[in-house]
Design a protein around this ligand. Sequence first.
Ligand SMILES: Nc1ncnc2c1ncn2[C@@H]1O[C@H](COP(=O)(O)OP(=O)(O)OP(=O)(O)O)[C@@H](O)[C@H]1O
Ligand SMILES: [Mg+2]
Length: 308
Amino acid sequence: MFETKGQETATVIKKKSWLGLKELFFGMPAIGQNGHTAIDEKETRLPVYLRPVAVSIMNQKGGCGKTTTAVNLSAALAMKGYRVLVVDMDPQAHASLGFGITVEEFRRSVYDLLIDPEAKFGDVMRSTSIPGLDVLPSSIRLSSAQLELANVPRGETALKRSLKQVEKEYDFILIDCPPTLNLLTLNTLAYASKILVPIQTHYYAMEGMKELFRTIEAVRNRFNPKLEVLGILATLYDRRVGVAAEMLEALRGYFQSRMFETVINSSAKLIEAPMVHEPVISYAPRSGAAEDFNRLATEVVNLVTKEN
Ligand SMILES: Nc1ncnc2c1ncn2[C@@H]1O[C@H](COP(=O)(O)OP(=O)(O)OP(=O)(O)O)[C@@H](O)[C@H]1O
Ligand SMILES: [Mg+2]
């Protein structure tokens, strides 16, 4: 009884210091890194004619790993030396928060870029602690953008217009979508050249897939003929769960080479990392989760460079 209580206290203290101690270092100038946490400052650019590879990370199913993929794939690509922009198109703003970025009332967010033709990219964009990785943060105001855009002619091209001036600066533009097929998601599809669909390896994962692929087809026909599926990504995979292994096999059987070879395993580190507002690659660089996202980044680079 006494021992259990002691253990509980120890857990609480450990968790408190793990979150609280970080606050002590806010505002501290960078002092460089050593060993495995070193941030690679090399630049590895895609050829100009390929830039930018704009990827909409979409699936109207909630909680399937869209934001986790946007945050961690972008970090992995930036760590390889690519210039990456994350566009947070979800009013929940989880991707922004994943990098520790919040939009105070007086500051601008991607909402302003979509709605106000006078808004400047530089006033909205925020850089992160990872060199080469920038974010266009979201805010709750974005939830009203889709109503406002519905009243504007060609409202589905607002994102495209907002990024036109700066897009060549980036090798990859990764867009985190909300869990709905609304006008915000449509904006990402009208702009992007690729779609990445995270799928949770759970029984209900295929629900809504038909709708999703019909939407992609409709967008391709009406707005964006170059749009194509970069890959389907199995997420939250737990190989100890028999159904998950079966689901993965069924997904591979159906989607075949459109499935990424990389699988994102379930990992506690991916739950912890957003709590300290860091991608897993800097929070736990030696973890299996960091390895999964590094492997995914390599696969993405190979796909986009081999294709062309
Ligand atoms: N591989 C993983 N292992 C463990 N937890 C994960 C993993 N991927 C995501 N999660 C957790 O699952 C939850 C949902 O993930 P995430 O926010 O990335 O999904 P989402 O598709 O963006 O959700 P939404 O549809 O609400 O935008 C989060 O709490 C996240 O930390
Ligand atoms: Mg999300």
